[in-house]
Design a protein around this ligand. Structure first.
Ligand SMILES: Nc1ncnc2c1ncn2[C@@H]1O[C@H](COP(=O)(O)OP(=O)(O)OP(=O)(O)O)[C@@H](O)[C@H]1O
Ligand SMILES: [Mg+2]
Length: 235
């Protein structure tokens, strides 16, 4: 039996390197990052702009391929996966929240949350109930019919969170989810995230520049120049 599959780590990142070619120059975004995350952990990634935070999240989610190293999520090797398998893995295992929300402009809040459920083949009746529940959970039941342009930044971010949770993923990945928000709204968004962890045991990895938001995490990891320079919970 494969030792990796018997590990109690939900996410295993081993010696990941990533370089991007910019013209003739190689930019080394990650330089040997290793990281294990247990199921149910809330992990905060911090570090200066350009230190590799987004690149690391993208590699964990299979949105980007590392130049070197391994990533295993829930016992499966992400790097060896076909595109189809990757999409399926993301739909069932991970919710992504991007700083720029990435909502579909021509879809209402309700429809944005419903899209990943439709992609996962969930029947209309169940979709309707789940969308309603999720919008209540993020405090937007009364905004279901609004388009993103009719919502504030914080409201759009909450729709993005509801959408990321559409298929009840065991992992939630958030890149500066409170970055554009005023601090009160930022705290509200973090409360939703932490409640999710407490109530459902969702594993959460989030990036922030704000030390006040970092306090919501069990574990803090500092990246600098593509390397982990501090990790107060490496196991
Ligand atoms: N697609 C790309 N092509 C070329 N270089 C890239 C690409 N994506 C990232 N980089 C470079 O890799 C490094 C790490 O970028 P990354 O986006 O991971 O940083 P970050 O820590 O998320 O920064 P920020 O806090 O500003 O979001 C940077 O030097 C960046 O310029
Ligand atoms: Mg980034």
């Amino acid at each position: 039996m494969n030792a990796q599959i018997t590990s109690n780590h939900l996410i295993q990142v081993s010696n990941v390197h990533k370089s991007f070619l910019m013209g003739k120059e190689a930019v080394q975004a990650l330089r040997g990052v290793s990281l294990n995350v247990k199921s149910g952990e809330v992990v905060c990634l911090m570090g200066p702009s350009g230190s590799g935070k987004t690149t690391l999240l993208n590699i964990i989610g299979g949105l980007e391929e590392p130049s070197r190293g391994h990533v295993i999520v829930n016992g499966e090797n992400v790097i060896a996966m076909s595109e189809d398998k990757l999409s399926e893995m993301r739909l069932s295992q991970m919710g992504f929240v991007f700083q720029s929300y990435n909502l579909l402009a021509n879809f209402t809040a309700r429809e944005n949350v419903e899209v990943p459920m439709a992609l996962a083949g969930i029947k209309r009746r169940e979709r309707k109930q789940r969308v309603e529940r999720l919008l209540i959970d993020v405090g937007l039941a009364d905004r279901a019919q609004h388009y993103p342009s009719e919502l504030s930044g914080g409201q759009q971010q909450r729709v993005a969170i509801a959408r990321a949770l559409a298929n009840d993923p065991p992992i939630l990945i958030g890149d500066e989810i409170t970055g554009d928000l005023d601090s009160e709204t930022g705290f509200e968004v973090m409360d939703i995230v932490v409640r999710l962890n407490r109530e459902k045991g969702t594993t959460i990895i989030f990036v922030t520049h704000d030390p006040r938001m970092a306090k919501f995490a069990d574990r803090l990891i500092q990246l600098r120049d593509g390397k982990i320079i501090e990790d107060n919970g490496q196991s």
